[in-house]
Write a protein that binds this ligand. Sequence first.
Ligand code: UDP
Ligand code: MG
Length: 330
Amino acid sequence: MNRNTEYSVGRAGRSLVSVVVPVFNERVMLPLFFERVLPILAALEEHHEIVLVDDGSEDGSAGYIRSQVARNPDIRLVKLSRNFGKEAAVTAGLEHARGDAVIVLDADLQDPPEQIPAMIKCWQSGSDVVLMQRRSRCGETFLKRWSAHLYYRLLNRTSRTDIPVDTGDFRLMSRRAVNALLTLKERNRYMKGLFAWIGMPTRVIQYDREPRAAGETKWDYPGLVGLALEGLTSFSVSPLRWATIIGLIAASIGGMFGLWIVVKALMLGDATSGYPSLVAIISFLGGIQLVSIGIVGEYVGKTYLEAKQRPVYLTEDVVENPVGASRQVS
Ligand code: UDP
Ligand code: MG
C-alpha cells in the first residue's frame, strides 16, 4: 500500500507520537541512535515522527541528519542558527513537534528508548505527563551523584513548585501539556522547573540510566554550577530572603558582640585587645554583603534578560522529506 494513503487513513484513527531529540555535536552517536530507536518506533501501533534539533553542531551532525531525512519520511531536522543550549533546543523541538504525545529523548542514548512503549501506555491510560525517574546513575562519578542529590533537596526546599528528584528531560507529554508548556514565554528556560510548573496528571516510571554510549558529555562542572544557580534563582525568590535573614543574624551577632565589648570595658577596664576580632567581623560582614549583592544581581540580571524579549532560539532551516511534508497537507 502507498505510504501516503496508509498515513492519512491512519491519521484519523491512530495517534501520532513525536520524539524530540536535541543534538549538539553527536555525529558519532547518531548512527547508533537511529539503529536503536527506529525499530522500537516502527513496532509501535501509533504513527511516529522524530524531530531532531541541531543545536549548532560543528561536527557534521546536521549533514548526517539531512541524509537520514532524505531516506526516511518520519524524520525531520530543525537546524538552529547557532548553539543555544539544550533547553532552547528542546523548546524548539516541542514547538515543531506535531504529535498527540511528545517524548523528549537525548541523542546519547542515556535515556533508554526501550521505555517508549511503556510511556505511551501510561499516556493512553490518562496521564498527561509521564516522568522518567532514574533509579540508578551508573557510569556517573560519586561526586556527580552526590551533588545532584544535594541539589534536588535544596531546590525543593526553596521553591513552591515541586521539582521531582532524579528526573531529567526524558519524559512524555500529551498535546495538552505541550501546549501549556509553550505558553510559558520566559527566556531563561530552566526546563525541569517549567515542566514541573504546569502540573497536570502525572505518572512516574523508574528506569536505569545508562552511561553515554559514545562521545562526551557537554556538561562540565562550571556549566552544572551555572545550571544549578539558574534553577535556584529562576524558580524562587527565597534566596533574596535568605540574604535578608543572614544579614539580620549577622547584624544581631555584631550588635551583641559590641555590647559585650562595652560592658567588658566598663566593668573590667579591658578596652584594648580588639584587633583580631575586628578583622574577623569586618571580613565576615564584607562576605555577607558581597554574597547578598550577588544574589540581588542574579535577579536584576534575569529581569534585564527577560526585558529584552529576545526569542529563545533562531531557526536556520527546517528540513523535511517531501513525503513527510505532503502528509501534513492531506
Ligand atoms: N545538547 C544540546 N545542546 C547543548 C548541549 C547538549 O542540544 O548545548 C544535547 C546533547 O546533544 C544530548 C543532550 O542535549 O542529546 C544531553 O546532553 P549531554 O549528554 O551532554 O548531557 P548529560 O546527559 O550529561 O546531562
Ligand atoms: Mg548525556
